[in-house]
Design a protein. Sequence first.
Length: 139
Amino acid sequence: MNGVSVAKSPLSSSCAAFLTPPPLPVEEKLALNPPASTADPATIARGEQLFGRNCAACHGESAVGGGTVPDLRASSFLGNDFWYEIVLNGAMKDAGMAPFKSVIDHQDAEAIRAYVIHRAHEDKAMKHAGSPVKSALDH
């Protein structure tokens, strides 16, 4: 080509087949069966802020888990008081969940739980209706 030598790529077409990324894993369906959402909008909004500051790094932004730690929206502990033993006292520290008693109090843990329950209800409704999700702060 016009006297210009073009270097061949070290990857031949036969090698390119080996460089094709593997298929994405099949997305598992998350069973969202949260308890009733009984908290007022102010508590949910406070829980959203606390979740973002204390929980999102591990449990995902907007309470949507990333797969390495439990997605709290589907937690069976949302509906009972063992939630506080886990969050505040480290009942699951052997599984990697550190206690947060030195950072938040019982009322904060309740607000976080209210927010996670609210998010579970939002996402469950969105799956059924296909409607956009609103933040607790949008109410």
